[in-house]
Design a protein around this ligand. Structure first.
Ligand code: ADP
Ligand code: MG
Length: 257
């Protein structure tokens, strides 16, 4: 059951090479120190462009830090990804901000592919049962033979959630998954995530919807311009307590990177 640690992690898009050519660089996140223990429910909040997606991608090993390291159970995540991309990847059930279902495959095929990666190839009947089970969890049973284009954006998000959960990964990483859902679906999804979390799964969720962050009252990490401004247990949206307030310079010292 993995503990995730970020040790002075920074991500700068378009680093030195681009800078020498006068291209303006983009700061993803800067000098993030963070520990997330197994079983935590963490909201990552902040304005658009504050670095939420970058932070989630770093945690999941989808992008390499420009500086610093990400450890999973004291092991360097990038090294783990190099050794076995699949083995490292199955630790994390992920949903990214942009939809990633394969458009030319049915829902069942999409989920079967994910199941084969997450738990290895098994008896087709077992895979089918797995697919049915996760579709039931997200309230989408009956959509097995549909193609993503036949579903609403909200329904596609639910299928993506089913796909993320199919191998029962210890950590779920969810980027703005409620953005296109109606209120009822949001609450259904949050109930489901709450249940899964109570059974021991870590949930890390980026959002800029304050309502349910405030109602759920879980750990809230607040990002501002790539810096962690707040990290509060049982926090509310926008809480910046729990950390020493830090000075954010408008021109961050990228020459240190
Ligand atoms: P958020 O998810 O909070 O909206 P992001 O992590 O997507 O924030 O982006 C943080 C910053 O990094 C933004 O300024 C954005 O322009 C920049 N950024 C993100 N991804 C890339 C990329 N692939 N290439 C260049 N800049 C990027
Ligand atoms: Mg984002």
């Amino acid at each position: 059951m993995p503990t995730i640690e970020l040790d002075h992690v920074s991500k700068i898009y378009k680093p030195r090479y681009w800078r020498r050519r006068g291209v303006e660089q983009d700061l993803g996140v800067m000098d993030v120190d963070l520990t997330i223990k197994q079983g935590e429910f963490v909201f990552v909040v902040g304005d658009s462009g504050s670095g939420k997606s970058t932070l989630l991608q770093l945690i999941a090993g989808q992008t390499k830090p420009t500086r610093g390291k990400v450890y999973v159970d004291k092991k360097d995540l990038n090294w783990m990804m190099k050794m076995s991309r699949n083995r490292a990847a199955v630790m994390f059930g992920k949903i990214w901000q942009d939809p990633t279902l394969i458009r030319k495959r049915t829902v069942e095929e999409n989920l079967t592919i994910a199941a084969n990666i997450a738990v290895g190839k098994e008896n087709p009947r077992m895979t089918q049962a797995r697919v049915k089970k996760v579709l039931g969890l997200v309230g989408m049973r009956g959509s097995e033979q549909k193609y993503p284009v036949e579903l609403s954006i909200g329904e596609c998000r639910r299928i993506e959630l089913a796909r993320a959960m199919i191998g029962s990964p210890p950590v779920l990483i969810l980027d703005e998954i409620t953005a296109n859902l109606d209120d009822d679906s949001i609450w259904d999804t949050l109930h489901l995530l709450n249940d899964i979390n109570r059974k021991g799964t870590t949930v890390i969720m980026a959002t800029h919807n304050s309502t349910y962050v405030n109602i759920l009252c879980r750990r809230v990490i607040t990002l501002t311009d790539g810096h962690i401004q707040g990290d509060v247990k049982k926090g509310k949206y926008g809480d910046v307590l729990g950390r020493e307030p830090r000075l954010i310079l408008p021109n961050y010292r990228t020459d240190l990177i």
